[in-house]
Design a protein around this ligand. Structure first.
Ligand code: A3P
Length: 312
C-alpha cells in the first residue's frame, strides 16, 4: 500500500488508543497498529502461500519468539546440529531468522529462505484466521500457540512499557481496560484463539494447536508432536542421540536471552531484541494483577470459550 492509501483507509476505520502503539485501528473485526495493518492488507493482496510453507501464528506475547526458534531448529536439524557453535540461532535474532509476514514488503516474500530444504519457508504472524490471505488456508501448515490470557496480558503490558512504540508509558489499569475491550494488537485475544482452535479441530492436519504452558511443562512431548505435524518426526537414531533435548536446550529462555545478539540489536530498527525476553515464567500474572483483575479476565475467558471445548 502507498502511504496515502494507508492514510485514506485509516481515516475510515474505528480508532482506539493502542497498548503498544499510539493508536490501533479495527479492521475485519480485529485491532492493529498502523504498520501491521498496512502489511496485513499488502499480504491479503499479494501473498501467495506454497504447499510447504509453515505459518506460526500467535496472539502477541503468547510465545512467538520461542516457537520461532524451536521450529527453525527442528526444520534445519539435518544440516545444522543444535550443538553447532555456529548455529544461526546463536548469531541472529529469532525475528530476523523467521520474519513476521505482515512486517514484510511484498517484494520480500519470495526472498524468505530459512529452511535447508529450500521449498519450506517459515513465517511468523499475528493475523487472525478470518483475515489470513486466502492462499494460506489452502496451502501450507499452521502452527498456532496460545498462552494463559492473564500471562499474555501481563507480558503485553511490560512489553508496551519496555518499547517506545507509544508516545508515553501506559498504566496497568489503562492497558487492562483496553485489553478487556479487545482492542489490543490482533485482539480480541479470545476470538483470535477460538478461530484457530475450531480450525484445529476441523482440520487437524492443517492447524496444530499448542499451548505455552504445555511447552514449558512437557517440552519433549510437544517437540515430538510438532515434529510429527510438520512431517519430520524424530527417527530412532535422533532420539537415541539426544537431539530432542539439544533443541530444547538451544531454544531455552536462559540460552536465548543471554546471547549477545538478543541482548542488543533491534527489530525494524525500533524494538530492541531484548524486549522479547522478560521472565518466561508461567503464572507470573500472580505478581502483577490484582485478584479482581485476574477474576475479570477468567470470567471473560470462561464466557467466550463456553461450549467450544476449550478451557484455560
Ligand atoms: P514474559 O513477558 O511473560 O516473560 P512473544 O514472543 O509472543 O512476543 O512472547 C514473549 C513472551 O515469551 C515473554 O513472556 C518472553 O519472556 C517469553 N519468551 C521469550 N523467549 C522464550 C523462551 N525461549 N522460552 C520461554 N519463554 C520465552
Amino acid at each position: 500500500m502507498t502511504n496515502s492509501s494507508t492514510q485514506d483507509l485509516l481515516s475510515t476505520l474505528p480508532r482506539e488508543e493502542g497498548i503498544n502503539s499510539a493508536y490501533c485501528y479495527q479492521y475485519q473485526g480485529f485491532w492493529y497498529g498502523p504498520l501491521s495493518l498496512e502489511g496485513l492488507i499488502d499480504c491479503q493482496q499479494h501473498f501467495q502461500a506454497r504447499k510447504d510453507d509453515i505459518f506460526l501464528v500467535t496472539c502477541p506475547k503468547s510465545g512467538t519468539t520461542w516457537l520461532k526458534t524451536i521450529l527453525y531448529a527442528l526444520i534445519n536439524r539435518e544440516t545444522c546440529s543444535p550443538q553447532d557453535p555456529h548455529h544461526p540461532l546463536l548469531k541472529k535474532a529469532p525475528h530476523h531468522i523467521v520474519p513476521f509476514l505482515e512486517l514484510l514488503k511484498p517484494s520480500e516474500y519470495d526472498s524468505v529462505s530459512n529452511s535447508s530444504d529450500k521449498s519450506t519457508r517459515i513465517f511468523g504472524s499475528h493475523i487472525p484466521k478470518a483475515s489470513l490471505p486466502k492462499s494460506i488456508m489452502e496451502e501450507g501448515k499452521i502452527v498456532y500457540m496460545c498462552r494463559d490470557i492473564k500471562d499474555t496480558f501481563v507480558s503485553l503490558f511490560h512489553f508496551a512499557n519496555r518499547t517506545n512504540l507509544r508516545p508515553s508509558p501506559i498504566s496497568l489499569e489503562n492497558a487492562f481496560g483496553l485489553f478487556c475491550k479487545g482492542s489490543s494488537h490482533a485482539g480480541p485475544v479470545w476470538e483470535h484463539i477460538l478461530e484457530y482452535w475450531k480450525e484445529s479441530l476441523e482440520r487437524p492436519h492443517k492447524v496444530l494447536f499448542m499451548r505455552y504452558e504445555e511447552m514449558t511443562n512437557e517440552p519433549r512431548v510437544q517437540l515430538r508432536r510438532l515434529a510429527h505435524f510438520i512431517g519430520k518426526p524424530f527417527s530412532q537414531e535422533e532420539e537415541n542421540s539426544g537431539l530432542v533435548d539439544q533443541i530444547i536446550e538451544l531454544c531455552s529462555f536462559d540460552s536465548m536471552s543471554n546471547l549477545e545478539v538478543n541482548k542488543t540489536g533491534y527489530l525494524m530498527g525500533k524494538v530492541k531484541n531484548d524486549s522479547y525476553f522478560r521472565s518466561g515464567v508461567v503464572g507470573d500474572w500472580r505478581n502483577h494483577l490484582t485478584a479482581e483483575m485476574a477474576s475479570k479476565l477468567d470470567q471473560i475467558t470462561e464466557k467466550k470459550f463456553c461450549g467450544s471445548g476449550l478451557s484455560m
